[in-house]
Design a protein around this ligand. Structure first.
Ligand code: GLU
Length: 382
C-alpha cells in the first residue's frame, strides 16, 4: 500500500480522545499491576491532556485484579465469580488510575456503565451530561463496564465496543484501542506470514471485515473482529479510530513518533453524525410548539427554554426526539427533550427558576439543550 505518512491523521490534532486499555496490558498474569507500563502510559496521556485535549480512559482489568485477591486461580470463571472478582478488582483499578493521574495533577473520575446506559436515551443523556461536566472540569473519566450488574445478555462483552460507544456518547473525535498487535493486517499474521499491514482504512468494507477473520472466528471475542465492530460504531459516530500496539512502553508517544498503527477514518465529524442521528434516524414522539422569541433564539444557536413553549403534544419520555414547531405549525427543529411529556406540559410557558417549585425536583434549565437540537434547513433532518 502506498501510504504517505503525512496523509495520516496525527494524534495531537484531536481534541477529545478515548483511550482503551485492555486487561493484559495493565495486569500481570499473577494479578499484579504493571506499574511501570501504567506510569509510562499516563505520562503520554498527561502530555496530550496538557496540550489541551480532553481524555477519557476506558480501562479493563477489574476481573483480572480481583481474581488474584479472591484467589480464584486462572481457571475460567462462572458469571457470578467474574462479577464478584470485578467488584473486588474495580476498587484497586480506580485507585491505581487515580494515583497515576494525580502524579500529573490530573483529577480522575470513576464511571461504570452498562450497555443499557448507552442504549437507552434517558440514561444516555445523563451519562453524556456527566461526562461533559467532568471534561469541562479537566478531569479524566476512567470508565469500565459495570460488571456486577451487567447480565450476560446485556454485557458489552468487551471493552473495545464500550470505548467506541463512549466515544460517540461523549462526541469524541478519536478512539484509540491499545492492543497486543500493531493494527490490522490483510490476514491474521499468526496464520499467514504474507499478511500485509494496513495503515489506513478509509471506509469499512466487506473486504476489511474479511481481513479481521470473519464473524465466526473462535478468536473473535476481543480480537480483530470486535475491533472492527468498534470501528464501525466509532466512525459512524464521527470519530477516527486508531488501533495501536500497547505492549510497548509509552504506546501513545510511540505512535506520535511514527510507530506503525492502523487508522480508521470517519466520513463525518461528531457534530454532523449526532445531528444526523437526531434529525434523521430517530422517530419523533411528540411536538413542542414555540413562540417567535424562542424560535429566533434557537435560530441564533440558543437552547430551547420552557418559557418559550406554548403547546406540548404527544406522549414522550425524557431523551426522546420531538419536533419543534412554530405556532403556525411549520417545523423549526428537532431535538432530544429533557423532560417527560407529563412534566413538559406543566413547565411549558414558565420561567426556568420555577421548575423546581412546579415539579418538585430541579431538572435541567433547558427543555432542549442546544447540543441536542437540529435546526430544519441545515440538511440533517429527513
Ligand atoms: N470489564 C472487564 C474488566 O474490567 C473487562 C472486559 C473487557 O476487557 O472486555 O475486567
Amino acid at each position: 500500500m502506498n501510504s504517505k505518512r503525512n496523509a495520516l491523521p496525527k494524534l495531537e490534532n484531536f481534541r477529545r480522545i478515548v483511550v482503551k486499555v485492555g486487561s493484559s496490558l495493565l495486569v500481570e498474569k499473577t494479578g499484579g499491576l504493571k506499574e511501570a507500563w501504567l506510569k509510562a502510559l499516563v505520562d503520554d496521556v498527561a502530555t496530550l491532556h496538557k496540550a489541551g485535549a480532553d481524555i477519557l480512559v476506558v480501562s479493563s482489568g477489574a476481573i483480572a485484579m480481583g481474581r488474584g485477591v479472591l484467589k480464584l486461580g486462572r481457571r475460567p470463571l462462572e458469571l457470578e465469580e467474574a462479577q464478584a472478582a470485578a467488584s473486588v478488582g474495580q476498587i484497586a483499578l480506580a485507585r491505581v488510575w487515580a494515583e497515576a493521574l494525580a502524579g500529573h495533577g490530573i483529577i480522575a473520575a470513576q464511571v461504570l456503565l452498562t450497555y443499557g446506559d448507552t442504549e437507552e436515551r434517558r440514561r444516555y443523556l445523563n451519562a453524556r451530561a456527566t461526562l461533559g461536566t467532568l471534561l469541562a472540569h479537566r478531569a479524566i473519566p476512567v470508565i469500565n463496564e459495570n460488571d456486577t450488574v451487567a447480565t450476560q445478555e446485556i454485557r458489552y462483552g468487551d471493552n473495545d465496543r464500550l470505548a467506541a460507544r463512549v466515544g460517540t456518547m461523549a462526541s469524541a473525535d478519536c478512539v484509540v484501542l491499545l492492543s497486543d498487535i500493531d493494527g490490522l493486517f490483510t490476514a491474521p499474521p499468526q496464520k499467514d506470514p504474507g499478511a500485509a499491514f494496513v495503515p489506513v482504512v478509509p471506509r469499512i468494507t466487506a473486504e476489511i471485515e474479511a481481513m479481521a477473520g470473519g464473524a465466526a472466528s473462535e478468536l473473535s471475542r476481543g480480537g480483530m473482529m470486535t475491533k472492527i465492530e468498534a470501528a464501525k460504531i466509532a466512525t459512524s459516530g464521527g470519530a477516527t479510530m486508531l488501533i495501536a500496539n500497547g505492549t510497548v512502553e509509552h504506546p501513545l508517544r510511540s505512535v506520535r513518533e511514527g510507530r506503525r498503527c492502523s487508522w480508521f477514518l470517519s466520513p463525518s465529524t461528531p457534530v454532523t453524525a449526532r445531528k444526523r442521528w437526531i434529525g434523521g434516524t430517530l422517530e419523533p414522539r411528540g411536538t413542542l410548539s414555540v413562540d417567535e422569541g424562542a424560535a429566533s433564539a434557537m435560530r441564533a444557536g440558543k437552547s430551547l427554554l420552557p418559557a418559550g413553549v406554548r403547546r406540548v403534544e404527544g406522549s414522550f419520555n425524557r431523551g426522546d426526539c420531538v419536533v419543534v414547531r412554530s405556532l403556525e405549525g411549520g417545523e423549526i427543529a428537532r431535538g432530544l427533550v429533557a423532560y417527560d411529556a407529563i412534566d413538559a406540559v406543566q413547565i411549558a410557558g414558565r420561567s426556568t427558576r420555577d421548575i423546581e417549585a412546579i415539579l418538585g425536583y430541579s431538572g435541567r434549565k433547558e427543555i432542549i439543550h442546544r447540543d441536542d437540537l437540529v435546526m430544519s434547513g441545515d440538511g440533517a433532518i429527513g
